[in-house]
Design a protein around this ligand. Structure first.
Ligand code: HEM
Length: 407
């Protein structure tokens, strides 16, 4: 029966040809390591977020008088399995960002951002940025104490422009306008909640879907890199590649199963990590909680902003760290790819990973003078990684030419 249905569709849409062309004739390198699976795990989590989000949106009410109750009473207690979908969505947000960070570190380690994959990286960066905006806007929706105060701190960040040492009037006015625009007024109220709701449930997910589609198209166009960093000529070196299906599909499918097992272990047994107790208290604009820190995935950037004594320069450094990530393919112009074959790059990569982890940990801690100094130190080492890339590339070009163009 199924065969006849497929035959019927195939006669009209030639789906078998498409399948053969995209799944079997499409070849991938044989030597892909475990970290190459993170792209597919990100895709899996994206699907989880869309499905659980659709369920939640049916019961959520985006008005400050109802938002808290609709999340914590209607969804958590009244709707069958509402609690499960909320748990899945909240854990999914954290898993999504964790996987995307791992995917980015993999790309950096194997230098997958280099020619011919610069566009894959740039679109990836845009996805990362939009994903952070999606997480930020979603965090406000339950209208708990942490949601509210987290957003107060975030919407105040552009105000740092008021402390600019130059063009104070102009930059200050821009900062204030952006901050008021984000809040929809001087205080966070219905207008802001409605706006963040619209962004979170429609605009940003749609944008993400389009961007992920472009990202995948570009990965197909450029071909997946490989851990050794040599580009494979699929026609001349057929022994180095395997068909995408069944080799990659089975391997990635198996990892996706393990990933889902881990994911649901957290969903059922360890949700307190993702739904902190403080957020089960309704937002109160008159009661500031003692510790307000952003979610873990923003802490590294937050610590860069906070560790620099001047708010303005902190704001500049925070933006610069994002920009350096974006222009990575142009900072690192060495002809040699993959940290496996680049000892200097490998050392700086380790410095970068340690700095990113240290900044994230420091972001959770009180801003004592010692912590502020440590924050400044790791901000410096983070920037050192980016700024060392042109120097390493220059040296490696020298070695490359000395070897007669052999890498
Ligand atoms: C929703 C988020 C994302 C999804 C679903 C996604 C998905 C994928 C998939 C399926 C691949 C191919 C297989 C692989 O190497 O894993 C891939 C490759 C790639 N992605 Fe992403 N990605 C996402 C975000 C990002 C981000 C944020 C960046 C970087 C800023 C990025 C950079 C790359 C690069 C450079 C490659 C090529 C890897 C290679 O050829 O070795 N991606 N992505």
């Amino acid at each position: 029966m199924l065969r006849r249905v497929v035959d019927w569709i195939d006669e009209r849409a030639h789906v078998r040809d498409l399948y053969r062309e995209q799944m079997v004739d499409y070849k991938v390198p044989k030597n892909l390591t475990f970290p190459y699976v993170f792209g597919v795990l990100a895709l899996t989590t994206f699907a989880i977020q869309i499905i659980s989000g659709i369920i939640l949106i049916m019961y959520y009410k985006p008005l400050i008088a109802h938002a808290f109750d609709s999340t914590n009473f209607t969804i958590m207690r009244e709707i069958s399995f509402g609690w499960l979908f909320r748990h899945i969505h909240a854990a999914g947000a954290n898993f999504f960002l964790a996987i995307v960070y791992l995917h980015m570190f993999t790309g950096i380690y194997y230098n997958a951002y280099k020619k011919p994959r610069e566009l894959v990286w740039i679109i990836g960066w845009v996805i990362f940025f939009v994903l952070l905006m999606t997480a930020l806007s979603g965090y406000l929706l339950p209208w708990g104490q942490l949601s509210y105060w987290g957003m107060v701190v975030t919407t105040e960040i552009p105000m740092s422009l008021k402390e600019a040492p130059f063009l104070k009037g102009l930059l200050g006015a821009i900062g204030e306008t952006v901050s008021i625009w984000m809040k929809g007024g001087y205080k966070l109220e219905d207008l802001a909640l409605g706006r963040f709701f619209g962004l979170h449930v429609l605009f940003l997910p749609l944008l993400l879907m389009i961007l992920v589609g472009i990202h995948l198209f570009l990965v197909r166009a450029a071909g997946i890199s490989n851990p050794d960093g040599y580009e494979i000529d699929k026609k001349a070196e057929p022994e180095k590649v395997v068909p995408f299906h069944p080799y990659m599909t089975l391997k990635e499918g198996a990892y996706a199963m393990w990933y889902l097992a881990l994911f649901f272990f957290f969903v059922f047994f360890h949700m307190s990590h993702f739904l902190p107790a403080d957020n089960f208290e309704p937002a109160d604009p008159l009661k500031t909680p003692p510790h307000i820190a952003p979610e873990w995935y923003l802490l590294g950037f937050y610590e860069i902003f906070r560790s620099i004594p001047s708010k303005f320069w902190g704001f500049v450094a925070f933006n610069l760290s994002l920009i350096f990530l974006l222009i990575l393919p142009f900072l690192d112009f060495s002809p040699i790819k993959s940290a496996r074959r680049r000892p200097l790059f490998f050392i700086m990569f380790v410095v970068f990973v340690i700095s990113a982890i240290a900044l994230t940990i420091l972001g959770t801690m009180a801003p004592t003078p010692t912590n502020a100094k440590l924050g400044m130190f790791f901000t410096f080492t983070t920037f050192l990684f980016f700024l060392s890339l042109p120097v390493i590339s220059f040296l490696e070009w020298g070695w490359y030419k000395a070897k007669g163009g052999q890498s």
